[in-house]
Ligand binder design. Structure first.
Ligand code: ADP
Ligand code: MG
Length: 722
């Protein structure tokens, strides 16, 4: 008889998640409990309208928030914001202050809640502010709830904020996202009114980010300067198995990893982040977490928090979390599928085909707008996801390519073709039902009809932008999606209005605009395999942009018409665009520079010494053999074989030493170029290819050298041993 094994659960997991969900956020429930009725109501109105909080109630809200936070154990607060580095930043202040008579007291004023003044000089501004006025303001985004972040032995009250300069320019990624949400709302309400849908006061955009990541043992991580410094392995030979067998995907999750996931989820639930799914991914040691979708700015905050929480929990569990897009060469990289949709405050999803002919038409109009927007601005979308890490992923036959196309699924393709060819009489609304549109969602949910290779796929009632990189902030791609959509919606609305002005009745005008939109956007629809050569050819024939690397993609921000779009929709000013371009270029160049210098360090202090030491062993063993060869009667051929072994090793090492010396020269050369673009192009065209050459030689040597002499943890150990 065996005893029942005792199962240890932490206190929180004994109670249902719903009982503690969001308990570390100043959410609806906490606000209602802590704020006077009128203040609570005023704050809710502010949030619903997407407005700034009025000064008249700020003091009371701050007091309520402080009391709540202190009861939970918080001593400090911080404005939590998204500088243009793609991550988040915080500067903590104690509630503690000392009164004039020397009495210590906890204070948190309305002013401190709604506005903070961190020293902005250490955050990138892209040249927008000179140092003497390096002051930025952070201001609360009340639509994203304040939360208590665990850290050390304490809790800190974090207030999600925008970060703006003294002159009002956005220094962060949240502000433009919020502006883009306003822009698309305005355009969509206008189009809805043209369609005869009245009473909508706000159109919202939603996002749900499927987050992929790798977990490896921390003991390996800390022995790899490349992982620590750059997030990816710059060297490392692929083991024989690789991922050919694909037996990892949806396989059972190892226990240690499951514990990590459960701890992460518990932290996320406390923070009111609706984590929903977890599973293995294609590559060994690769996993995914996905939440229930939320309004885009909240989803972006929550994704950034999720990455932070995962990093902390991984560390506690003896893991290292790898969010880089391509940590291991030859092994699938990680993305962040950004599911995106737009819907009304009255609860209508505008990308849902719906059940009635009216809803079908509304869906088609918005669908045509998406097609128009993505076709016209596919370069901007590509730009929005460009990064060092994503350059290794996009177009690597494992991830959506650098060409942006839209996948609609067979049924929808047929519907659009039928409308375009005029086979259907669009004048009778009844026909829309006959087209089977009302069945689109259920059909598309069928996995067999999914094109996993598409960078931008319709999946039933939303689009899935799959080319986003795993480490990126969702704020930027969602900002671009919203802006291109605002523009495209206006375009459709203009077309319909022009037809009405020319004397057409409303429904013919709408239907004609749909038909014309379908014809005009055929180039962006691609139902085939996006990993195939055919896509590359199609892209060329159709004139679709195919930008292979970050510097190319960033040049999009220099285009006058792109800048005009951002300016027109009030999302980014000329100066803000300029600063973003500058910061992203600089980050790219610095990032590659760090990679190259890390590689230098590894070659000189680890790899070359290891190989050289082993060569010494083989050399002396060969000398001993030569001395004994005659007495043991070793043939010349046998001696030759051993000589060749030593020769391969010696030649490899010499080659590596030469390549390392060349690498030194190239690294020093970066700074010699006059412009940022020249520097970045040099990285792409010369430095990175040289690093690939170095890697080839080093990886060959790795497979020759005695394992006990090779100090770097190998792919085999990091990815295949548990
Ligand atoms: P998969 O792509 O793996 O099949 P799901 O279909 O479950 O995954 O959805 C993935 C993500 O899409 C989830 O985060 C989900 O909440 C989100 N999602 C679902 N509906 C919408 C929507 N209307 N708008 C935005 N995101 C959505
Ligand atoms: Mg998906």
């Amino acid at each position: 008889m065996h005893k029942n094994k005792e199962v240890h659960l932490s206190s929180e997991s004994k109670v249902p998640v719903s009982a503690y969900y969001g308990s570390l956020t100043f959410d609806h429930k906490a606000m209602r409990a802590r704020l006077p009725k009128e203040v609570f109501a005023a704050l809710q109105d502010t949030i619903k309208a997407g407005k700034k909080i009025p000064e008249s109630i700020a003091g009371v809200v701050a007091h309520g928030m402080k009391e709540w936070a202190m009861e939970k154990g918080a001593t400090h607060y911080t404005h939590w914001f998204q500088p243009m580095t793609g991550s988040t930043a915080e500067k903590h202040d104690a509630f503690l202050s000392i009164d004039r008579d020397g009495t210590p007291i906890e204070r948190f004023s309305g002013e401190q809640l709604i506005q903070g003044e961190p020293d902005a000089s250490s955050f990138p501004s892209g040249g927008m502010r000179t140092t003497f006025e390096a002051r930025g303001y952070t201001a609360w985004d009340p639509s994203s709830p304040a939360f208590l972040m665990k850290g050390g032995n304490n809790l800190t009250l974090c207030i999600p904020t925008v970060f703006i300069s003294y002159h009002g320019e956005a220094l962060d990624s949240k502000t433009p996202l919020l502006r883009s949400m306003d822009a698309v709302s305005k355009s969509a309400i206008r189009l809805l009114e043209i369609l005869g849908v009245n009473g909508v006061t706000r159109v919202k955009t939603f996002a749900g980010c499927e987050q992929e990541y790798f977990l490896i043992d921390k003991k390996f991580y800390i022995q790899r300067p490349d992982l620590v410094m750059t997030g990816r392995t710059l060297l490392g030979a692929l083991p024989p198995k690789g991922q050919q067998l694909e037996d990892h995907y949806f396989g059972s999750i190892p226990d240690r990893v499951l514990e990590f996931m459960q701890d992460v989820e518990q932290e996320l639930y406390l923070l009111g982040i609706p984590a929903k799914t977890r599973h293995n991914e294609v590559a060994p040691h690769q996993f995914e977490i996905a939440p229930i979708f939320e309004e885009a700015n909240v989803a972006a905050d929550h994704n950034l928090l999720t990455m932070e929480v995962m990093r902390k929990v991984a560390d506690k569990k003896g893991f290292a979390l790898l969010l880089f897009e391509k940590p291991f060469a030859g092994i699938n990289g990680s993305g962040k599928h950004n599911n995106w949709s737009i819907g009304t405050n009255t609860g209508i999803n505008l990308l849902d085909p719906g059940d009635t002919p009216e809803e079908n038409i509304q869906f088609l109009v918005f669908l045509v707008a998406v097609l128009k927007g993505v076709l016209k601005r596919s370069d901007v979308l590509r730009m929005s996801i460009a990064s060092i890490g994503n350059d290794h992923r996009l177009g690597a036959n494992e991830a959506p390519p650098a060409v942006v196309t839209v996948f609609l699924g067979e049924l929808l393709e047929n519907v659009l073709d039928a409308i375009e060819s005029g086979k259907t009489d669009l004048k009778t609304e009844k026909q829309f039902l006959d087209l089977g549109l009302s069945q689109v969602p259920s059909l598309n949910k069928d996995y067999t009809d999914r094109n996993r290779t598409s960078p931008f796929a319709f999946t039933g009632n939303k689009f899935e932008f799959r080319a986003v990189g795993s480490s990126q902030s969702p704020s930027v791609p969602n900002m671009v999606l919203n802006t291109l959509m605002a523009e495209a919606i206006d375009d459709v609305a203009d077309a319909i209005e022009a037809k009405i002005a020319a004397g057409k009745d409303r429904s013919s005008a709408i239907l004609e605009a749909i038909r014309e939109g379908i014809t005009a956007t055929k180039a962006i629809r691609y139902p085939g395999d996006n990993y195939s050569e055919a896509l590359q050819i199609a892209a060329k024939e159709r004139g679709l942009p195919n930008m292979k690397n970050t510097p190319q993609a960033l040049r999009t921000l220099e285009k006058a018409d792109v800048r005009a779009m951002f300016v027109k929709y009030g999302v980014l000013s000329e100066e803000e665009i300029h600063s973003r371009l500058h910061i992203r270029l600089e980050r790219y160049i610095k990032g590659i520079d760090i990679e190259a210098r890390t590689l230098q360090l590894m070659l000189k202090t680890i790899v070359i010494p290891d190989v050289s030491e082993y060569q010494g062993d083989i050399g002396s063993s060969f000398n001993n053999l030569l001395a004994a060869a005659e007495s043991i009667g070793l043939s010349d051929a046998a001696i030759g074989s051993q000589a060749k072994y030593l020769k391969d090793l010696a030649e490899g090492l010499s080659e590596l030493i030469d390549l390392a010396a060349e690498l030194d020269e190239l690294v020093e050369k970066i700074e010699s170029f006059a412009t940022e673009f020249e520097k970045a192009d040099f990285c792409v065209e010369t430095l990175l290819p040289h690093m690939v050459k170095v890697r080839e030689v080093a990886d060959k040597l790795e497979l020759l050298v005695d394992r006990s002499r090779w100090q770097l943890p190998t792919y085999l150990e990091m990815l295949f041993e548990h």
